[in-house]
Write a protein that binds this ligand. Sequence first.
Ligand code: UT7
Length: 332
Amino acid sequence: MAYAAFRSIGAYVPEKILTNEDLSTMVDTTDEWITKRTGIKERHIAAKDEYTSDLGVKAAQKAIERSGVALEDIDMIITATISPDYFCMPSTATIISTKLGLKNVTAFDISAACTGFVYILSIAKAFIESGMKKNVLIIGAEKLSAITDYTDRGTCILFGDGAGAAMICATDDKSEAIIDIHTGADGEYADLLMTPNGGSGSAHDALGEEANSCFMQMKGNETFKVAVRTLTKDVKEILAENNLVGDDIIHFVPHQANYRIIKAVGDALKLREEQVVLTVNKFGNTSGASIPMAINDIYENGKLKAGELMLLDAFGGGLTWGSALVPFSPNK
Ligand code: UT7
């Protein structure tokens, strides 16, 4: 049987930085409020002519190079994004595949908001274990600034742009394999976090002054509570089902939405500070890109070593959630 190995990681953030001080000149907020309530100090914002696919390509190039996999051997590419280059088609994954020069690939996007990376990891694992694909490039890429309302202080302080990518490859060696992945969804909570317009449920020509309803809207405090509850339950379950405890995890890599959510889940698992990966301070919430960007951060800082076990944990619009037990398995 083929197993799926997490071979490599890469990420990219655009140059421009938007600080809390900058935001305090745009909406009624302060650096103190944002820092205390979210842990965020700054986030990166893509240039006007820099699209989600451009961010994704730069992250993917690093992941491919670090994996040692030849371009012609990549047989599938999946992008997780809620800010695609084009709303309906073509998919951002197809654009990225062409910009990378990939031939003979299956390419598509998925929409699972901030849980997107865990979802595409589970799809890559399933395709590899079934024997249908061998080398799957997965990318979380977001230009959230394009769908953020910069007059809404409840959301614009949170979101940033960026991309992260990973190569997931077939292996015969079970010790390298992704151990387990949980994914879930509950549409009952769809209205907590949504972009109300711009989809097939809205009459585009009638939008007029309502055009800003194509931006993200969030019931922040309710989302916060469901996030802490769901994430804690989910990670406890995946650990128990695999006979693991918090101490077995070297790197807990949660979706980077809010420092307080991450701390609450980390405390519930009794994790030590050094186990918890935190990048929300410098990148804000980059939705589907946040987990691979965080993994890349520990990789580039020399903290992620071969064989070390990561616990990924995400939550987002849908609502969706997911967790994954993933050893880092670079090519030997
Ligand atoms: O990534 C996908 C999932 N998303 C999340 O997990 C995000 C979850 N939510 C959150 O991170 C937090 O709920 C927020 C950071 C969005 C908000 O923090 P909170 O502690 O839940 O604040 P709140 O919404 O309960 O608002 C508290 C107060 C309100 O004022 P009053 O009614 O008490 O007078 C808000 O109007 O803070 C006010 N407020 C702000 N004040 C200054 C809300 N946003 C701001 C702001 N600056 N930016």
